[in-house]
Design a protein around this ligand. Structure first.
Ligand code: SAH
Ligand code: SF4
Length: 354
C-alpha cells in the first residue's frame, strides 16, 4: 500500500525531502500545512510552501494526500455526536465517530477494514477482515473529525480512542506511527495521556506497548472472567487465554506505572449477573484497574440483548464494593448506530420490503 503524506512522522518527512533533493528546512512548513492546518487540496499552493517543495509535490515521486470521502454522516440527537462513514482510495469503507462536549471532544478511529478477531456480538467482527489501514489513513480520519469540529463548533479535538473498526494491536506499527503523528506538538498536539488504545487482549501487542516510549492509555476488552465464558464471546481467547492476559496487564501496569482500563460489554442473561460481577472482582483483585461497563448495542448477527437497568446498577455496586472503580458508558449516540461497525453493517443489509 502506498503511504500518503499524512502518514509521515516529522523525521520521516525530513528524510523524504532529503532523498528527493529538497532542502530539509522545508519540513516544518510542509508538516504544519498537512498536520496542523489540515490542507487537503492544492497543497503546493498552501501558505508557507515554497517553489522547490511545490515542484516536488507536483512530481511523481511525492506521496499523494490520502483520498478519504465522506459517504454518510449521521448526527445524533445530542447535537455533538456524529458518525461518519468514510470511503478510502480503494473503495473500502471505515467508520469514525466524533463524540463529547465542548472542550472535551473525542475522535473514535478505525484501525482496520473489518476485523479478524470475530467477537460474536460485534458488527465489525461479523464482517470479517479485509485489510489493515495505513498510518496515513488513520491520521486522515482524525483530520476529518477535526475539520468537522473547526467548521461546526469552532472547537478542536482533545482525545483519541482507537475503538472503531478493527483490532489496533493487530496493526501495531501503522497505529503507533499514526498516534506519534497526532501527538506531535507540531501537528494536532493531542496529549499522549488523552489517547486510548482498546484491545481485544492481543498479548504480544500489550507487551510491546508496555515498552513503547509514549504512555498511551490501555483499555482491554474482557467481557468474561473465565476462559469458558470469555471464549464463547471472543474466539481469540483460545490463543491468548485469560491468565496470560491478566499477567501481561500486570506487567503493563508495573512498567508504565499506569492503570489499565477494562471494558465489560454487559449482555442480558449472558454476563450481567451478580455472580459475574463477583468473579470479575476476584480476577482483577489488587491490580490498578478501572472497569468501563458498556451495555450491549444489539447487532443483527447476534441474538444477545442489552441488560436491564437494574442489573447494570447491581453489577456496578458489587465491583465498586470490592474496591474496583468503574464507569457505566452512556450509550451516547445509540440512535446513530454508534456501536462499532454498525453504521456500515446497516448500509450493507438489504432495504426492508414495505
Ligand atoms: N478491537 C478493539 C477495539 C474496537 S471495539 C477491542 O475489541 O477492544 C471497542 C469496544 O467496543 C470493545 O470493548 C468491544 O468489545 C466493544 N463492542 C463491540 N461491539 C459492541 C456492541 N455491539 N455493543 C457494545 N460494545 C461493543
Ligand atoms: Fe474486532 Fe474489537 Fe469487534 Fe472484537 S470487538 S471483532 S476485536 S473490533
Amino acid at each position: 500500500m502506498i503511504e500518503t503524506l499524512e502518514g509521515y512522522r516529522y523525521g520521516a518527512m525530513e528524510s523524504l525531502l532529503q532523498e528527493a533533493g529538497v532542502n530539509p528546512v522545508h519540513t516544518r512548513p510542509l508538516f504544519s500545512a498537512v498536520q496542523r492546518r489540515l490542507v487537503n487540496a492544492c497543497l503546493g499552493e498552501a501558505e508557507g510552501i515554497l517553489p522547490p517543495v511545490a515542484r516536488w509535490l507536483s512530481s511523481e515521486s511525492a506521496p499523494p494526500l490520502c483520498s478519504i470521502e465522506q459517504v454518510d454522516c449521521t448526527p445524533s440527537g445530542d447535537g455533538f455526536t456524529e458518525k461518519y462513514l468514510l470511503r478510502l482510495g480503494d473503495g473500502t469503507e471505515v467508520e469514525s465517530v466524533r463524540m463529547g462536549f465542548p472542550g472535551r471532544f473525542t475522535a473514535c478511529l478505525s484501525s482496520q477494514v473489518g476485523c479478524a478477531m470475530g467477537c460474536v456480538f460485534c458488527a465489525t467482527g461479523q464482517m470479517g477482515f479485509s485489510r489493515h489501514l495505513s498510518a496515513g489513513e488513520i491520521v486522515a480520519q482524525a483530520h476529518h473529525v477535526e475539520r468537522s469540529l473547526r467548521a461546526s463548533q469552532g472547537e478542536r479535538l482533545r482525545n483519541i480512542v482507537m475503538m472503531g473498526m478493527g483490532e489496533p494491536l493487530h496493526n501495531f506499527e501503522p497505529v503507533m506511527e499514526a498516534l506519534d503523528i497526532l501527538t506531535d506538538n507540531r501537528g494536532l498536539n493531542i496529549g499522549p495521556a488523552r489517547v486510548a488504545i482498546s484491545t481485544v487482549g492481543h498479548i504480544p501487542g500489550i507487551l510491546q506497548l508496555a515498552r513503547h516510549p509514549k504512555r498511551y492509555s490501555l483499555a482491554v476488552s474482557l467481557h468474561g472472567a473465565s476462559d469458558e465464558e470469555r471464549g464463547a464471546l471472543i474466539p481469540v481467547n483460545k490463543k491468548w487465554p485469560l491468565a496470560d492476559l491478566i499477567e501481561a496487564c500486570r506487567e503493563y501496569t508495573a512498567i508504565k506505572r499506569a492503570r489499565v482500563f477494562f471494558a465489560w460489554t454487559l449482555i442480558g442473561g449472558v454476563n450481567d449477573s451478580a455472580d459475574h460481577a463477583h468473579r470479575l472482582a476476584v480476577l482483577l483483585h489488587g491490580m490498578d484497574a478501572h472497569v468501563n461497563l458498556i451495555p450491549l448495542n444489539a447487532t443483527e448477527g447476534y441474538e444477545g440483548q442489552a441488560p436491564e437497568e437494574g442489573n447494570i446498577r447491581e453489577f456496578q455496586r458489587i465491583i465498586q464494593d470490592s474496591g474496583l472503580p468503574s464507569t457505566v458508558r452512556q450509550r451516547r449516540g445509540i440512535d446513530v448506530a454508534a456501536g462499532c461497525g454498525q453504521l456500515k453493517a446497516k448500509r450493507r443489509s438489504p432495504a426492508p420490503r414495505l
